[in-house]
Design a protein around this ligand. Structure first.
Ligand code: SF4
Length: 776
């Protein structure tokens, strides 16, 4: 019998170092176009074959088809094209609908420790998991287990806890509304609000910022607003890679005369030139120039930059009183204007310019575009949400927009762009560690039980609780918890202290390899697959970034007859765990998902006639009060807020590092080793640095370096990264997620939202001791 401690020691939490040589090629001249089509076709063909590939792609994002499991960018309400997807959506679907399989024999051949020496890319390449698997105490290999035995074992572990609060129930953003609603119901009937989710690590800061200032934690724009907008600001976001179909919406806006401003530490090709993949004539031309103005802000220089724009707006109002600010809106709908203006007076231009890294002339130009536009949209993503002052970043945007009444009128508004297809819907369904009491009241009344009222654990606190031995069972509904979370080694140790870790998954990932004493993989259906239940084939529903709720119907046969749908896994686990204690007829709701939606109708506002409305082509919009200029804040008004300029006192030789994603990945799923939009090929362990900083540090292009992060006297190291000179502000560095997660301290989080500050990591860089790969 192998020594389990030895086996655990050999299991690697971090992706292995690459043996390939990174190659630097010219960055792509434009986003989209023929290379995007070729890349999408190549992925679809190689994973699914031509016939299955074509059939699958033609149903993607169609009204009678299935919703893309990738990002949460919306489809047009009507008039969808036959190819309503992007390169990354195609890759994501190919990844799920692959014909490759990970069968029981695979797990007999590969020990957990050996698997952990393989890269995340390799793991994703192995295919779909076909059976429920268990890693028993002390075992080195997973083995098959029946569904009944799996649920019985999990139920036994859950019921033997001293308190329901010793269990963690995580959710990833792919989970459907139906699965999420049942899941939170089960968890609350079990007796806890420990429902952390991936939103804790991305747009939690947006939710906090918007709820405090406009009374609702979601965006206020619809797709149709982009057609009316006269100016669109895209800040802390790289849509070309992370929300690619947004580019076609921006292109259309440009053709309508809209001006685009991109604010980001890195220039991104997607925001400079775009060739619509469906515009055959356009392939030959130069493409559409998107951004009219690019402000290369320092990492976390956004508050300073936004304050600069606001100062300019106020100065213009002073020069031309009554022509710049929307006084009527400010007076009737906002609170705190005078205090806000007074506080801004004290902010000095020298500090704004130093901290933003952007010259005053460029800030003035951005302000001019803002002032000249009667309808303005602000879009943002994780470049703003993953900092210590993330909530302030977003609230500074709100301040700016309130000045000109740019919330609650057509063609304008606030647009946090969500990264995973149903991350917003899961929240709407009650996946949160801090449920509102009105929601719990309705849930309790609908199902005749008293839900727990005490707040549960978010992702960061859940990791701490597992690490401290306070949480003993981890259940993950989707996702790759280990790779998605910060502080990889700490998180790995936390998971290894659990008695049981369980993951509902479609494919193998690193979270399956860093386990509690026992571990399970429960394989589930993907979005592309038929979900057959007792009354027939079911559809599920999702909510996109613009609060449209729509149906998604799979059509492919399941990857294995042994798969269950996510709602079915939740229901069977609930029955096994709760037994006579439950008040829910779990079998009935699984037989017909309309019954789940009927419950949702009665519990969650905005879902009236859910079953009828979601069957209409394109689904329906959830209500948005800020769109009507109804601000449900305690004062009943939109709030101006005051924020200090953040200070970063980097020591000589230190850099502010942010993590980012490549064009060949979706969240933690790695589809390849190239990032053609940035010209980086054949590797991911790279650190992007300013050339002048490289000279000062005595570093050369291609050097192998170790990165060390510094936080409250602690150091964390990531070895053997290749130096790549790049257009990035001085004293800034960029690395790929999840390889650099090991450097992100768990306790370095955003104020209020507790989101890991993965985009403000202070690091130093030194040459690797044993050299590295030579030449490129
Ligand atoms: S833009 Fe997002 S939702 Fe649309 S196809 Fe691409 S990855 Fe999928």
């Amino acid at each position: 019998m192998p020594d389990p401690k030895q086996a655990a020691l050999k299991t690697q939490a971090q992706p292995p170092e690459e043996t390939t040589l990174v190659q630097i090629k010219p960055v792509a001249k434009s986003a989209g176009g023929v290379p995007a089509i070729m890349s999408a076709v190549k992925s679809a063909w190689s994973e699914m074959g031509p016939v299955r590939g074509l059939r699958t792609l033609l149903k993607l994002n169609q009204q009678q088809g299935y919703d893309c499991p990738g990002c949460a960018w919306p489809e047009p309400d009507q008039h969808r094209s036959h190819a309503e997807f992007c390169e990354n959506g195609a890759k994501h679907v190919a990844d799920e609908a692959t014909t490759k399989r990970v069968m029981q024999e695979f797990f007999k051949e590969w020990s957990v420790a050996d698997l952990s020496l393989k890269s995340d890319y390799w793991m994703g390449q192995q295919g779909r998991i076909t059976h429920p698997m268990i890693l028993r105490t002390g075992a080195t290999h997973y083995e098959a287990i029946s569904w009944d035995n799996a649920f019985e074992l999990i139920a036994r572990e859950l019921n033997s806890l001293n308190s329901p609060d010793e269990a963690i129930f995580y959710t990833s953003g792919r989970t459907s509304n139906e699965a999420a609603f049942l899941y939170q119901l089960f968890v609350r009937q079990f007796g806890t609000n420990n429902l952390p989710d991936c939103s804790n690590m991305c747009h939690e800061s947006s939710g906090w910022a918007l709820t405090e200032t406009i009374g609702a934690g979601k965006g206020t724009v619809r797709l149709e607003d982009f057609e009316l907008a006269q100016a669109i600001f895209v800040i802390g976001q790289n849509p070309g890679t992370n929300h690619p179909r947004m580019l076609s919406v921006l292109e259309k806006a440009k053709k309508n005369g809209c001006r685009l401003v991109h604010i980001n530490p890195l220039p991104e090709v997607g925001m400079s030139v775009f060739k619509h993949p469906q515009d055959v004539l356009g392939w030959m031309g130069a493409g559409t120039q998107l951004a009219d103005l690019f402000l290369q802000v320092r990492i976390n220089g956004d508050v300073a930059l936004l304050k600069g724009i606001i100062k300019e707006v106020l100065a213009a109002e002073e020069r031309r009183p009554g022509t710049v600010l929307d006084h009527e809106f400010i007076q009737s709908h906002t609170r705190g204007f005078e205090e806000f203006v007074a506080a801004l007076d004290a902010v000095r231009w020298e500090d704004i310019i130093e901290q933003s890294g952007v010259p005053k002339s460029k800030i003035e130009e951005a302000a001019r575009i803002f002032i000249e536009s009667e309808q303005t949209i602000f879009c943002w993503a994780m470049g703003l949400t993953q900092h210590k002052n993330a909530v302030a970043n977003i609230q500074e945007i709100v301040n700016l927009m309130l000045l000109r009444g740019q919330v609650g009128k057509p063609g304008s508004g606030l647009c946090p762009v969500r990264g995973h297809s149903n991350v917003q819907g899961d929240r709407t369904m009650g996946i949160t560690e801090r449920p509102a009491s009105v929601f719990l009241d309705k849930l309790g009344a609908e199902f005749g039980f008293e839900p727990p009222r005490q707040s549960g654990l978010d992702t960061v606190h859940a990791i701490e609780a597992m690490h401290d031995g306070k949480s003993k069972v981890f259940f993950g509904l989707g996702g790759n918890f280990l790779s998605a979370t910060p502080d990889t080694e700490f998180t790995a140790a936390a998971l290894q202290r659990c008695r049981l870790t369980v993951h509902v998954s479609t494919k193998l990932n690193r979270a399956h390899l860093i386990t509690g004493e026992q571990a399970m993989i429960l394989p589930c259906l993907g979005r592309t697959e038929v979900d057959q239940q007792a009354t027939g084939a079911q559809f599920i529903t999702t909510e996109n970034s613009m609060a449209v709720v729509q149906a998604s119907r799979g059509f492919l046969p399941p990857a294995s007859p042994h798969l269950l749908s996510e709602p079915s896994i939740v229901a069977r686990l609930a029955r096994a765990t709760l037994g006579q204690r439950t008040t829910v007829d779990w079998e009935a709701v699984i037989a017909d998902y309309d019954r789940i939606r009927d419950h949702i109708t009665r519990v969650i506002p905005g879902f009236e006639d859910y079953n009828q409305r979601v069957r209409r082509p394109g689904g329906f919009y959830l209500p948005s009060y800020p769109r009507e200029r109804i601000f449900k804040t305690p004062s009943g008004r939109a709030e101006f807020t005051i924020h200090d300029l953040p200070r970063h006192d980097l020591q000589p030789g230190q850099f502010m590092m942010m993590t980012m994603r490549s064009h060949d990945q979706f969240n933690t799923s790695i589809y390849g080793l190239d990032d053609r939009y940035r010209g980086i090929h054949n590797g991911r362990r790279v650190v992007l640095l300013n050339k002048e900083d490289m000279v000062s540090a005595g570093l050369n292009d291609g050097d192998s370096v170790d990165l060390v992060s510094h936080f409250e006297g602690e150091a964390r190291a990531a070895r053997h990264f290749t130096v790549v000179p790049y257009s990035i502000p001085r004293q800034c560095a960029a690395t790929y997620f999840p390889e650099a997660n090991v450097l992100v301290p768990l306790r370095s989080v955003a104020e209020k939202s507790n989101t890991p500050a993965s985009k403000s990591v202070v690091i130093s860089i030194k040459r690797s001791i044993n050299g590295g790969k030579e030449g490129r």
